[in-house]
Design a protein around this ligand. Structure first.
Ligand SMILES: Cc1cc2nc3c(=O)[nH]c(=O)nc-3n(C[C@H](O)[C@H](O)[C@H](O)COP(=O)(O)OP(=O)(O)OC[C@H]3O[C@@H](n4cnc5c(N)ncnc54)[C@H](O)[C@@H]3O)c2cc1C
Length: 389
């Protein structure tokens, strides 16, 4: 049992867990990370080659300290490993000029993003439809559309971010167990016992960030606080992929007249998946995580191209080069959970998904490690308390 005794155990090594394990190891803790698969993998919420990262966070000002800190950490990681985790492509949030453009939070997302950008001194412009089409000729907005444009933001490479942090955690003497499922845990006065399908471990502190499987590890009264929604990422063949390079093509968040009109597209880094990534969001159907279909059907591929893509974007054929299922784990208010377990401050819980967590994950991991090891986070996590749900 002594070999299985550590300072801190991190359950789930996706975006949040990889960051938490890295940060815990940086603080000199004997840290153990456990994952049911072999991360970075394609079965959770953190795969798909690119993730949008914005500077003005329209989901709310409480996220601003997280994005600022996360961006510092991404840059530190790039310097440490000599790799590119971020591509500055700039990005657009397009929405009809009249009407509340709701996305991930209450209120008009274009207006809120612009207000936060002004307050925090973030470079931005509001473009009308003609300006959008003139600057980005692959996009075909309607006359009624306008956009918030943020030139200094871009996309992160999620698998590389996870891999880099796991490698640095290992170099910092963390231990990692993959293909091992945590089935139970119990906190007592002296520590926490964790049972997996293979072994039993003992730690001073425990961080739970199991993504779409998180409900299984939450206290019983909170299990209904999270829903898992199946999403699909499509990469369509481009007629000329160079036109989608991050140096010339921005990410686009396109909010339509109704929630089902939401659509997003991404720049294609030269060493990434050789296609144009597009996706939408669906919240109407939730699913049991172990029963989710991982197959993307020809009907889904055709629908995404014909219903949402062709009237907004030039330059793709209807053929996919790849299509993946990815999972949103959502709370009722679409904000995160970052909190201590209601029954024990030895256990920290994080469910920062709802479709907008990746960009903050480096800072969330740091906050989780601080909560576990120091008793509290430097950044304010009050807005993410589980009791609000
Ligand atoms: C299609 C899609 C697009 C998105 N786009 C963006 C975007 O553009 N920008 C952005 O900021 N965010 C985006 N997000 C959200 C972001 O990707 C998520 O917030 C983030 O990846 C969630 O990370 P996580 O660590 O919570 O989950 P995951 O990365 O899924 O990690 C959870 C890990 O826990 C492991 N695990 C689960 N149960 C157990 C167990 N019992 N024992 C051991 N291990 C376990 C899993 O194997 C997994 O590795 C998007 C999400 C999706 C699905």
């Amino acid at each position: 049992m002594a070999a299985n005794q550590v300072d801190i155990i991190v359950v789930g090594l996706g975006a949040m867990g990889a960051a938490a394990l890295y940060q815990a190891s940086q603080r000199g803790a004997r840290a153990l990370g456990i994952d049911r698969y072999d991360p970075p993998h394609t079965l959770g919420s953190s795969h798909g080659d690119t993730r949008i990262t914005r500077l003005a966070i329209g989901e709310g000002e409480m996220y601003m300290p997280f994005i600022q800190r996360a961006n510092q950490i991404w840059a530190e990681l790039e310097a440490k490993r000599g790799c590119e985790l971020f591509h500055q492509s700039g990005g657009l949030i397009i929405a009809p000029e009249k009407g509340a453009a709701k996305f991930h939070a209450e209120g008009d997302f274009v207006e809120i993003s612009a207000r936060i950008a002004s307050k925090f001194g973030i470079a931005h412009e509001i473009l009308d439809a003609a300006q959008i089409a003139q600057r980005f000729p692959l996009l075909t907005p309607r006359d009624c559309d306008h956009a918030y444009y943020e030139p200094e933001s871009g996309v992160l490479r999620p698998e590389r971010c996870i891999q880099t942090q796991l490698e640095l955690a290992l170099a910092g003497h963390a231990d990692i167990r993959t293909c091992e499922v945590v089935v139970d845990y119990r906190a007592d006065a002296d520590g926490v016992t964790v049972w997996t399908d293979k072994d039993r471990y003992r730690a001073g502190k425990l961080i739970l960030c199991a993504g779409a499987w998180m409900s299984e590890l939450l206290p019983a009264p909170n299990r209904g606080d999270l829903r898992v929604c199946r999403q699909v990422i499509y990469w369509y063949e481009a007629r000329n992929l160079r036109l989608f390079d991050p140096s010339v093509f921005p990410y686009v968040i396109w909010i339509g007249d109704a929630p089902e009109d939401f659509w997003s597209t991404f720049p294609a880094p030269p060493d990434g998946v050789p296609g144009v990534k597009v996706l939408s969001e669906q919240y109407h159907t939730s699913a049991e995580v172990h029963a989710i279909s991982r197959e993307v059907t020809p009907a889904e591929i055709a629908d995404m191209h014909q219903r949402l893509t062709v009237q907004r974007l030039r330059g793709t054929t209807g053929r996919t080069v790849r299509a993946d299922v990815c999972l949103y784990t959502v709370t009722r208010d679409e904000h995160f959970i970052i909190d201590f377990h209601p029954q024990s401050r030895r256990v920290v819980m994080a469910s920062p998904c709802s479709g907008h967590g990746f960009k903050h994950s480096a800072a969330i991991g740091e906050a989780l490690a601080q909560m576990a090891l120091d008793g509290g986070a430097e950044l304010n996590v009050d807005g993410f308390a589980i009791s609000r749900l």
